[in-house]
Design a protein around this ligand. Structure first.
Ligand SMILES: *Cc1c(COP(=O)(O)O)cnc(C)c1O
Length: 464
């Protein structure tokens, strides 16, 4: 064994203790460190011939790289939709690495049974029936891609071809309809060989809504003259967190032949709050469902879940068995269900957080985040020079500058807030206007944090 490696092996408990001490310092500093790092990253160095050992690597990381890392796990990082990691989720994440299980099959470990238990918990949390089975994947983009891969196979079945065997060309052009799809949907269509151009956006409801107009969706389906299609329904849009009427869309299945995929990446968490749960009514009728976990569940990257009512199709698309063995039967191993072959036990952080805090603990996070979004919305309404661009429907505040919201001025506002180190928000373009979004999904965020964000915004506006 390499001498440095052997030395690390002999000191493994102390090394883990150093890592623990370092991580504890970093995590407890999240409230005080600058939220975003805008400076230049270190230049890349050549590959070391001989190593410095884990302790030496930690020292180098602390010196060269740690200072440039953002406080994205902290309470005032409101860009994109970014959760942090609950204490239990972080514990689970550490243990995922420590155990290093290959959660592929069940021959040698109970790890995949733990993933099944966790999937059952999530199904219940999001109000899905046992008709849905699922798997952990790396994020909502991959979850959407898996859902749409099943849709593609289903379309083939309707037309009498096996896409997984004959290829996408056998299918001919595919129609994908959606009101306000996330950018990951065209990306998935590109990956799947369906093509970005096959996504047709259907008009949304009038009055500043991002929810699809179901009557217009019905018209679009009607125009297909019985040709089967794919509908992507959106449960939580990124700008204004609007929800399609899932029950009404599912009702169209009585008249039209389509696969219903629901992108509930973070909107699925509305189901945890009695006040908002009706927004996800009808989700169980979907053929496939995407929910992200590294956003509002507050587990570390990279974790999302995909659910479907069509596991038979999932096995056809993703099975990894030689043809002479045939398709797996019974409860197929995850290796036959996901894009990966080998895969980490991605369920463990989720298992830990749900075991530690239960439904009620996670409900509290969701409800607090929604209340804080409303609070920031009120502060922005009252602040000179700022105006809300949409009502605060759930956990995102979409706002812009009063007067002259050019791209340059709005981006300068976002940059000034980031440079203050107090908060981080991401720009968007909504209803023809350049804007900023503040998305609340971190478990640590308090009202005091929200006031700090609002204060930083007000200072930045007055200095523009
Ligand atoms: C974030 C998001 C995605 C993509 O999620 P990743 O985890 O970043 O791949 C897809 N859909 C919606 C609605 C999202 O908010």
């Amino acid at each position: 064994m390499d001498r440095v490696l052997a030395d690390d092996l002999s000191r493994l408990p102390e090394l883990l203790q150093s890592a623990r001490d370092f991580a504890a310092r970093e995590v407890s500093g999240l409230d005080t460190r600058p939220v975003a790092h805008l400076g230049k990253a270190p230049d890349a160095e050549p590959l070391p011939a001989g190593g410095v050992g884990a302790e030496g690597a930690l020292a180098r990381f602390a010196e060269r790289w740690a200072p440039g890392f953002s406080a994205s796990a902290g309470p005032r990082y409101l860009g994109f939709v970014t959760g942090g990691a609950t204490p239990a989720a972080l514990t689970g994440d550490w243990l995922t690495g420590a155990y290093d299980q290959n959660a592929t099959g069940r021959g040698d470990s109970s790890a995949t049974a733990l993933e099944h238990e966790t999937l059952g918990w999530l199904r219940e949390l999001f109000g899905l029936s046992e008709a849905h089975t699922g798997a952990f994947v790396t994020g909502a983009t991959v979850s959407n891609t898996v859902g749409l891969a099943l849709a593609r196979e289903w379309l083939g079945e309707r037309l009498g071809v096996s896409v997984s065997e004959a290829g996408t060309a056998a299918l001919g052009p595919v129609d994908v309809l959606s009101g306000s799809p996330h950018s990951s949907i065209p990306k998935a269509l590109s990956v799947l060989g369906i093509g970005r151009d096959r996504l047709r956006t259907v008009p949304v409801l009038p009055g500043g809504r991002e929810a699809v107009d179901v009557a217009r969706l019905a018209e679009a389906l009607d125009e297909l003259d019985g040709r089967p299609a794919v509908v992507v329904a959106n449960a939580g849009t990124v700008n204004t967190v609007d929800f399609d009427d899932l029950r009404a869309i599912a009702g169209l299945k009585e008249r039209y032949d389509f696969w219903l995929h629901v992108d509930a990446a973070f909107g699925g968490f509305a189901a945890l709050s009695p006040e908002h749960a009706q927004l996800t009514d009808g989700i169980d009728a979907a053929d496939s469902v995407c929910v992200d976990l590294h956003k509002w569940l507050n587990v570390p990257y990279d974790a999302a879940v995909q659910f479907t009512r069509h596991r038979d199709l999932q096995v056809r698309v993703f099975h990894n068995a030689s043809s002479y063995l045939g398709l797996p039967t019974g409860e197929p191993d995850f290796v036959h269900l996901t894009p990966e072959n080998s895969r980490r036990l991605r369920a463990l952080p989720t298992w830990f957080s749900l075991a530690a805090y239960g439904r009620e603990g996670h409900q509290e996070i969701v409800e607090r985040n929604v209340a804080l979004a409303r609070h920031l919305g009120d502060r922005i309404t009252d602040a000179p020079g700022l105006r809300l661009l949409a009502p605060v429907r759930l956990n995102v505040v979409c706002f812009t500058l009063d007067g002259d919201p050019t791209q340059e001025r709005v981006h300068s506002l976002g940059r000034a807030v980031a440079e203050s180190g107090e908060a981080f928000m991401t720009p968007t373009f909504y209803e023809g206007t350049h804007a900023l979004r503040a998305a609340f999904s971190n478990w640590r965020t308090t009202e005091a944090d929200t006031d700090r964000v609002a204060d930083a915004l007000e200072r930045a506006v007055s200095s523009l």
